[in-house]
Structure formats: structure tokens, C-alpha cells
Design a binder for this molecule. Structure first.
Ligand code: ADP
Length: 265
């Protein structure tokens, strides 16, 4: 640990008190700066589709008024932009709900095998369109954990969807469950769920920042795929609420592995 800096000439307890208050101010300022950044990011993310919508409404009222072909094309784009705003607001609501609940531990008995089945089923159409096969491997279940089934479903839907979207080039996404008899960090039995793709991989410099809100490796690409940049931030908070851990390993050009370790009930 770092030795306290002498802030008070007199030394003694005054020194410690001064140090604590300065740390408090720094923490408050940091939290305030983060909040400002977040509000600025949200505003920007909402304004982009909104500006497009306003522009197309103007065009529909003017130049494209008597052109059914143009009108159809613009309405398609407008629907896409409105869908983007809808997803963003949905993810923001999920994030704030999860954050508000983070200190309250979930209490329901959940079978993780059912959760995985549900998440895979939901993503089947996305996978089919992308020509990706989702394979479930390892421990079949039941896999008992204490948790919130809807939130855990969201965790694995987000991870599997990302694997299909960004790692789908490999044609296959694997969802592998392993039982760990004694997990050293959690000091007890646990399940480890790996979502593995053999796609493009992620440069190691990005990995520590991936779970930050709105952090994307390639913003254009993410937007194109309909991403909000909030998926992994939501995953991180839900996993934390479940006293679990998220591990990200990746190699550029080889693929990625997102692992969720959850205490077994
Ligand atoms: P998004 O809505 O952009 O997908 P996420 O928070 O889910 O937001 O992911 C953040 C970023 O992490 C993505 O934009 C992408 O650049 C990167 N990413 C996530 N999963 C993978 C993956 N399996 N392979 C490669 N990159 C990924």
C-alpha cells in the first residue's frame, strides 16, 4: 500500500482526516465527471437516429411527396432508425434497473440449463440469417444456481448475439458448460459457461474497456449491426449482482471466448 502523503504540518490524526476528505472529493468529482460523460453519450446516441428521422420527415413532405418508390425507401430507413432508438432506450432501462438492484442479491432457484436453452432458442433466427450454428456442449444439467432467470437469460443472449454478430465468420458458436468443484475466487462449487466464437477476435488493447458503456471496437460496424454499445455493460452488472465473474479472452484473427463463472447453488 502507498504511504499517506503528509498534508498537515502538525501530523497526527489531522493528517489522516485531511487525506480521507481529499479522496472523498476526488471520488465525488470522478463520479460526477462519469455521469456527465454518460449523459453526453446518451444524448449523442439518441440524436443520431433522431436527426435522420427529422430529415426524412422533411423529405417526405417535400421532394419525395409524389414519388412512391422514394417514399417506400425512406419509410424503411425511418423504421430502422426508430428501431435503433427503441433498442437504445430499452437497453438504458435494463441498465438502470440492474444498477439499482445490484446490491440486492437475487434469490430464486434457477436452472442454468433452461436459461441457456432459452437464450439459444431466441437467437436461432439471428444465427440462421448469419449462417452460424450454435452448439451447446458440456454439462447437460440441471445446473442449479441462485439468481434471476430473466437477467441471466439477458447475459447469455447478449454474449451469444455478439458471438454470432462479430465472431460468426467462423460459422460456429459454441456454448460450453463446465462444473468446477472448487472455484478458488468464489471458494466453492461453480459453473463456468464459455461462449466461444472463431471469428475476427479482439485486439488485446480493447479488452479491458469492452464492458464500459458505449465502448465499441468499431463504432460504425456496431451501429450497422444494430448494436447499442451497452450489451456488455449490462452483462457486467448482472454478473456482479450474481456474485459471479466475467472473463474475456481473445486472439486477433482466431476468435474470442467470453466466460461467465457463477456460484452453484
Ligand atoms: P454492441 O451493441 O456494440 O455490440 P456490446 O457492449 O455488446 O455492444 O459490445 C461492445 C463491443 O465489443 C462491440 O461493439 C464489439 O466491438 C466488441 N465485441 C463484443 N463481442 C465480441 C466478439 N464476440 N468478437 C469480437 N468483438 C466483440
Amino acid at each position: 500500500s502507498v504511504a499517506p502523503i503528509a498534508l498537515d504540518e502538525s501530523g497526527g490524526p489531522g493528517k489522516v482526516a485531511a487525506l480521507i476528505s481529499i479522496e472523498d472529493i476526488t471520488a465525488t468529482e470522478e463520479a460526477e465527471a462519469m455521469r456527465r460523460d454518460f449523459v453526453a453519450n446518451v444524448s449523442h446516441e439518441l440524436r443520431t437516429p433522431l436527426t435522420a428521422l427529422i430529415g426524412f420527415v422533411e423529405t417526405l413532405r417535400g421532394a419525395a411527396k409524389d414519388d412512391p418508390v422514394a417514399r417506400d425507401r425512406f419509410l424503411t430507413i425511418m423504421a430502422r432508425e426508430a428501431g435503433r432508438m427503441n433498442r437504445l432506450v430499452g437497453d438504458l432501462l435494463s441498465l438502470s434497473r440492474v444498477e439499482a438492484e445490484e446490491r440486492r442479491r437475487p434469490t430464486a432457484q434457477v436452472d442454468l440449463a433452461n436459461v441457456l436453452r432459452g437464450a439459444i432458442q431466441t437467437l436461432q433466427p439471428v444465427a440462421e440469417t448469419a449462417k452460424v450454428q450454435i452448439k451447446r456442449e458440456g454439462e447437460p444439467g440441471p445446473l442449479r444456481v441462485t439468481g434471476d432467470a430473466d437477467q441471466l437469460t439477458q447475459v447469455f443472449s447478449n454474449l451469444i448475439e455478439n458471438a454470432v454478430k462479430y465472431g460468426g465468420a467462423g460459422g460456429e458458436v459454441r456454448v460450453v458448460v463446465e462444473k468446477i468443484a472448487h472455484e478458488p475466487v468464489q471458494r466453492g462449487p461453480a459453473y463456468r459457461v464459455d461462449v466461444i466464437d472463431s471469428g475476427e477476435g479482439i485486439d488485446p488493447i480493447h479488452i479491458p474497456r469492452l464492458t464500459e458503456r458505449f465502448y465499441r471496437v468499431d463504432t460504425h460496424r456496431s451501429r450497422e449491426q444494430g448494436g447499442t454499445g451497452l450489451g456488455l455493460a449490462i452483462v457486467k452488472h448482472i454478473v456482479a449482482r450474481h456474485r459471479g465473474r466475467l472473463k474475456i479472452e481473445s486472439e486477433k484473427g482466431k476468435g474470442s471466448r467470453f466466460s461467465v463463472i457463477l456460484p452453484a447453488a
